[in-house]
Design a protein around this ligand. Sequence first.
Ligand code: FES
Length: 104
Amino acid sequence: MAKIYVVDREGTEHELEAELGWSLMEIIREAGLPIEAACGGCCACATCHVYVEPEWFARLPEPEEEEQMMLDEAFEVKDTSRLSCQIKMTEELDGIRVTLAPEF
Ligand code: FES
């Protein structure tokens, strides 16, 4: 089983088992971590915002236009910001590390 590492808003890192084919948002939500994901993964809310560790960020496919548009309107956006509902878990992402962005 692949793993992902998620740092919560208190700075605690969680190792989560990651089902291939699920989005990172689904994996994080299923584990009970506080990710709102208000739109359920439709790329319409930006409440699944995460910061991706730079070395992993560089390996991700480019965001689709809708994701980029949502990120343009999100708060506290950084160079490594992504919407976790738009990142599909693959074997290549085994070990990826992300941090939950602040809630508003
Ligand atoms: S869950 Fe709404 S944009 Fe990701």
